[in-house]
Write a protein that binds this ligand. Structure first.
Ligand code: SF4
Ligand code: SF4
Ligand code: SF4
Length: 246
């Protein structure tokens, strides 16, 4: 029997949904496993009966809170889909600015309905989190197959450094950069450091990370505390470790 699946976007760029739809080589086989009940990027179907709801985006308006609560009532499995949904994502940067003054500066005289950005689990129970900005389509396909077959859903527990080392990349710390690879969950094939860009931690913390050792590494190398703080805050994915920072 096909899984009934629905996908809903909230405050986000819809890049995670797009990731699923633009992998044309596997898309037909992937869709064969599913009964699409609601997914506006690939279907005009709109139904309220679904087994799985993919929630993309963070929550930043009252109407989004109400829509999310309604989806939770319909969904057997609710998935936080992508970094915005799992952690708040880049949208969370908004929370560090004075909102009313900033709105007045950008949209003078306009009334904008907005709340501080929250992750999905701040509002409803989340059954499964798939991080990534954007999500890895290979990982999502693997997870959906696990759900269809009733097998265990897993994410890599080790950090990005493992994938980076396997790719024989030069460590960016050796080039004087701060990279969050040692504390970030793998699963993206270390795409950023392989492209000579430091990891900003979009996949959140790996299991059992040693934040103290990581901070010592940054300090011993006399790298910028401001850069470290900015990187840790970028996706709001290390909120739980905030008291350890710098
Ligand atoms: S996690 Fe990244 S790609 Fe996905 S919706 Fe948010 S900003 Fe877009
Ligand atoms: S570049 Fe980043 S991910 Fe790669 S080994 Fe160095 S710290 Fe780890
Ligand atoms: S390297 Fe880091 S920031 Fe880049 S995709 Fe992977 S987890 Fe995200």
């Amino acid at each position: 029997m096909k899984l009934k699946i629905a996908s809903f976007d909230f405050t986000c760029c819809e890049g995670c949904q797009l990731q699923l739809t633009n992998r044309e080589s596997t898309l037909p086989d992937f869709l064969d496993l599913l009964d699409i009940r609601n997914f506006r990027e690939i279907s005009s179907e709109q139904h309220d009966d679904y087994d799985i709801a993919l929630i993309e985006g963070s929550i930043s308006r009252q109407d989004e809170v109400e829509r999310l609560l309604a989806i939770r009532q319909h969904a057997k499995i609710l998935v936080a889909f992508g970094t915005c949904a799992c952690f708040g994502g880049v949208n969370s940067l908004k929370n560090s600015f004075p909102v009313e003054e900033t709105i007045e500066e950008v949209y003078p005289g306009m009334k904008i309905d907005t709340l501080p950005v929250r992750k999905v689990s701040d509002i409803v129970k989340v059954d499964l989190s798939i991080p990534g900005c954007p999500v890895s389509k290979e990982e999502v396909e693997r997870i959906v197959v696990s759900l269809v077959t009733g097998s265990l859903v897993t994410l890599p527990q080790y950090p990005v450094c493992m994938e980076c080392k396997a790719a024989l990349d030069t460590c960016l710390f050796e080039l004087g950069e701060i990279c969050l690879g040692p504390i970030t969950r793998a699963g993206c094939n270390a795409v950023c450091p392989t492209g000579k860009t430091p990891c900003l931690g979009c996949r959140g913390a790996a299991e059992e990370i040693n934040m103290t050792a990581f901070l010592d590494l940054v300090h011993e190398r006399k790298l910028s505390k401001a850069d470290l703080k900015e990187k840790l805050a970028f996706y709001n994915a290390f909120e739980a470790f905030r008291s350890n920072e710098t």
